[in-house]
Design a protein around this ligand. Structure first.
Ligand SMILES: Cc1cc2nc3c(=O)[nH]c(=O)nc-3n(C[C@H](O)[C@H](O)[C@H](O)COP(=O)(O)O)c2cc1C
Length: 162
């Protein structure tokens, strides 16, 4: 399959998770294109609330060519990252006939809500959305949890198709 991954990462945790997912999918024979969203402007938030978000996304990828789309980002203020949400709301409209899945990294709280927020937008664009993953990540991820989350994602993505 041709798989598109689009992420926002502030400090690199979500990128590490995404790279592990990508490497596993590539090893299973898939083509994977991973884009990290870049922004211009201010994306400043507090732990409890988004305080200043005044940015544009410089490199929103087109998803037309992909069979499967994975969206990822950190949990900020118990919500999905405002950058991945802006991309999903404004740039992603046509996912009919595609499957999709979300993943987030976090210290430990708000992962379920963040995944729901992202999934709602993927569904609104017409995708068939599969169960996502929220990975606790404090300085380093727990290697066993990371490997297990990557494995579950790859099983869902492959779902019988190689
Ligand atoms: C502004 C801000 C808000 C955050 N809010 C939460 C939160 O509500 N819940 C949580 O578990 N972690 C929270 N975190 C921690 C991040 O979700 C976590 O460190 C994540 O792995 C960062 O991913 P990244 O390095 O890809 O940006 C917050 C971090 C920042 C910078």
């Amino acid at each position: 399959m041709n798989i598109g991954m689009v992420i926002h990462t502030g400090g690199g945790h979500t990128l590490k998770f995404a790279q592990a997912i990508r490497d596993k999918l590539v090893a299973s024979g898939h083509e994977v294109d991973l884009t990290g969203l870049r922004t211009v402007g201010t994306v400043t938030t507090g732990m409890l609330s988004i305080s200043r978000v005044n940015f544009t996304i410089k490199n929103p990828p087109e998803l037309d060519d992909f069979d499967f789309v994975l969206a990822g980002g950190p949990v900020w203020g118990f919500k999905a990252s405002p950058v991945i949400m802006r991309y999903l709301v404004e740039d992603v409209q046509k996912l009919k006939g595609k499957r999709a899945l979300s993943f987030v990294t976090m210290l430990g709280l708000g992962g379920g809500r963040a995944l729901r927020m992202m999934n709602e937008e993927l569904e609104a664009a017409g995708a068939e959305v599969l169960e996502g993953e929220a990975l606790p990540y404090f300085i380093k991820p727990n290697a066993v949890k990371l490997a297990a989350a990557v494995e579950r994602i790859c099983e869902r993505v492959c779902g019988g198709h190689i």
